[in-house]
Design a protein around this ligand. Structure first.
Ligand code: 5GP
Ligand code: ZN
Length: 115
């Protein structure tokens, strides 16, 4: 694990962050700057810099992220209304934390459009 990676440190429990949901392969916690009533970050325990390096996750780890996303949406009560998963890869997308994560957004009618 890179010693300076914020999400590795959160996963290691360094800041006492509360996980909304977790499993063997991933954790979900609230974004510090929420863009929707429910805004979670779904993060693999294994350090991978971005989606472009998803090949460094094995099938179980990737499946674990997807399963946890569904579980977290259910736990937050937004699975019936619907929700959105977004990942930013690289500078053009505005990625600021270089540990793969996707944003799980819901709890309101979300705006259309991605750019
Ligand atoms: P990105 O811009 O890389 O797609 O998303 C990074 C996200 O991490 C941002 O939405 C930002 O608000 C969130 N974030 C940055 N620092 C922290 C932190 O210390 N704790 C939490 N919970 N979220 C953070
Ligand atoms: Zn990391």
């Amino acid at each position: 694990m890179p010693a300076d990676c914020l999400f590795c440190r959160i996963i290691a429990g360094e800041f006492g962050a509360e996980f909304v949901a977790e499993n063997e392969h991933a954790v979900a916690f609230r974004d510090i700057n929420p863009q929707a009533p429910v805004h979670l970050l779904v993060v693999p325990r294994q350090h991978v810099s971005a989606l472009r390096d998803v090949g460094n996750l094995n099938d179980n780890e990737l499946r674990g992220m997807l399963d946890l996303s569904v579980k977290a949406a259910h736990a937050e009560g937004i699975d019936r209304g619907g929700y959105r998963l977004v990942t930013n890869d690289g500078a053009d997308a505005g990625q600021t934390v270089f540990h793969l994560h996707w944003h799980l957004l819901g709890g309101a009618k979300l705006k259309n459009g991605f750019a």
